[in-house]
Each structure stands twice: as C-alpha cells, then as structure tokens.
Design a protein around this ligand. Structure first.
Ligand code: GTP
Ligand code: MG
Length: 199
C-alpha cells in the first residue's frame, strides 16, 4: 500500500469522544515503551507524527490518524506500566477495554511485543481478553535491530509455542524494526488486505 497522506485528527480520553466515522480503523496496542508510536511513524514515513519517548507512559490518550483519507490508524497508551498509580492504571485499562468493546469500525488490533523478551503475562492476558470478546488481532514483534538472527529465531519459537498453549492457531505475526524499517511492506499490505475484506 502506498501512503500518500497521513494526518493527526484527534486525541480522545474516552471512546465516546473518538471520531464519528464508518471508515475502517486499526489499533496499535501493547506494553509501554514497546515501540507503538515509533512503528506508526515508520509505517507512515513521518518523523514525529506520533509522539515517542525514551521513558514509558508517553502516549496517554487515544490518538486518531487519518490515512489516505480512507482509513484510521490509532495509537493507544501502553498497558502494564509499573510506575503509574493503581488508580491511573485502572482508568487506562477501562479506557482501552471500552474502546475495543465499543468501537464498531475497529477491524484489527495489532498487539506489539518486544522481540527481546519472553512472552509477558500482561500481553497474553490482553490477547485472551481480545479473543473472548471476538476482536481480531495480530502480533507485531518490535525492535528486531536489537537482536541477532539466532536470538530472534529462538524468541520467535518460544513465542509461537506459548501462543499455541492458549490458541488452536497462531494469529498473523509480523517482525519489525522502526530503525531499519523492516516489516513495513508486510504490515501495510496486511492492512490493505483487511480493508479489502471489510468493504
Ligand atoms: P508509550 O507511548 O509510552 O506506551 O510507548 P510506545 O510503545 O509508543 O514506545 P515509543 O515508540 O515511544 O518508543 C519507546 C522507545 O523505544 C524509544 O526510545 C524509541 O526510540 C525506542 N524504539 C522504538 N522502536 C524501536 C526499534 O524498532 N528499534 C530500536 N532500537 N528502538 C526502538
Ligand atoms: Mg506511544
């Protein structure tokens, strides 16, 4: 897919404030600091459209970006960030869960996981929640530039095996690096494919 336009449209603190639209949308979710905002910039070839940060907890709202005038990409706050207060974490999760429960035009969630780490309970739990709510998702492994190919192979195998303990089939997996642009075509082509199935 060719990206000819990408614009920030709106930040919302709850799903009821999100843009009213029937255009398909794709959500990017995952633990804080996993690289959601960086990946979005890489996909859109925009340096600083989605705000990134070295310290976790940068994205705090639901951010809508309109792409090619035809679909939305949504940058969500990270979950599992230990340094926010219990109360804040609860309200973050409430915002995220009600977004996914209520957002009718959301056609696929990309769950981002750090390729360096073993499967994390918060990610597995979140994917199980998506599954029980019938919300389609795929997994994007991030920061591949930080791993050797043998480490990557090992971590991929571990992840696939762990997923197959909970699921009969693996969801689509993508392997990316925001710094080397690895995986850009694959993710964009998948989005294109999902849009064509939904229309
Ligand atoms: P929150 O909004 O806080 O939940 O974080 P986020 O998931 O949006 O992560 P963000 O894109 O802000 O990136 C977090 C840190 O990881 C930044 O320091 C990025 O530069 C770094 N980073 C993101 N993607 C990559 C990558 O592919 N490779 C490398 N080496 N660093 C990355
Ligand atoms: Mg972010």
């Amino acid at each position: 897919m060719h990206i000819h336009s990408s614009e920030f449209e709106k930040s919302s603190s709850k799903h009821t404030e999100c843009p009213e639209t029937e255009l398909p949308e794709f959500a990017f979710i995952g633990r804080s600091n996993v690289g959601k905002s960086s990946l979005i910039n890489m996909l859109l070839q925009r340096k600083d459209l989605a705000k990134t940060s070295g310290s976790p907890g940068k994205t705090r709202l639901i951010n809508h970006f309109k792409i090619n005038g035809a679909w939305y990409l949504v940058d969500l706050p990270g979950y599992g960030y230990a340094k926010v207060s219990k109360g804040d974490r609860k309200s973050f999760m409430k915002m995220i869960y009600s977004y996914f429960e209520q957002r009718k035009n959301m056609i696929n969630a990309f769950v981002l996981v750090d390729s360096r780490h073993a499967p994390q309970p918060s990610d597995l739990e979140f994917m199980n929640w998506l599954g029980t709510h019938g919300i389609p998702f795929s997994i994007i492994m991030t920061k591949l530039d930080k791993l050797s190919s043998s480490e990557l192979k090992k971590n991929k195998d571990v992840y696939h095996k762990r997923m197959l303990q909970d699921w009969e089939e693996l969801p689509p997996f993508f392997y990316t690096s925001a710094s080397s642009r690895l995986g850009r075509e694959e993710v964009l082509n998948y989005i294109d494919h999902c849009i064509s199935l939904s229309s």
